[in-house]
Write a protein that binds this ligand. Sequence first.
Ligand code: AMP
Length: 183
Amino acid sequence: MTSSEMVAHKVSRHMATAYIALGSNLNQPDKQVVEALHALHAIPKTKVIKHSSLYRTAPIGYSLVQLQEIPEFINAVAEVSTSLVPLDLLEALFEIENKFGRERPYPNAPRLLDLDLLLYGKVVINTERLTLPHPRMFERGFVLLPLAEIAPNLQHSTDSSIVDLAKNYQNQGINKFLSHEYI
Ligand code: AMP
């Protein structure tokens, strides 16, 4: 086992703070995301401390032909406190995705629910199964805007603050949709 893999398996017997991105673009996606927040809160040894508003976001990363058929996404970010180790938390996210019936017929296919582990404390790992911080989180407005809403002063691995990174994505089809408390 490499040292990264050991970190992924071990790390926490105490509570750690982790951030999780949620996204859905099928079958009443706002409802899927709200139900997913409750499912995160129900993970053993884990509770949702806070979550962002829900955001409507235009699909990105699709061909022009695909774009005509891809519904818009609802995205949000949750902060959780957990005593699960990173790989067990990731496994719990996969279980929730499966419970929501996510299928992956092709890359970026419309999905009932996508859950990404963005950050787990200050852990940096790069294994086949888990990369932390999430490799694409700093270039995704639909992650950065909700994250900036709940954790503007978050310490992380890039030089810019989350708020400054998020500013690059304002006016790019990412708008607050609902800002109620769900948990
Ligand atoms: P996706 O289909 O986009 O949800 O990607 C899931 C795949 O990415 C799985 O094989 C995971 O093991 C892998 N993965 C690597 N790092 C992460 C992460 N930080 N959060 C979620 N999935 C990850």
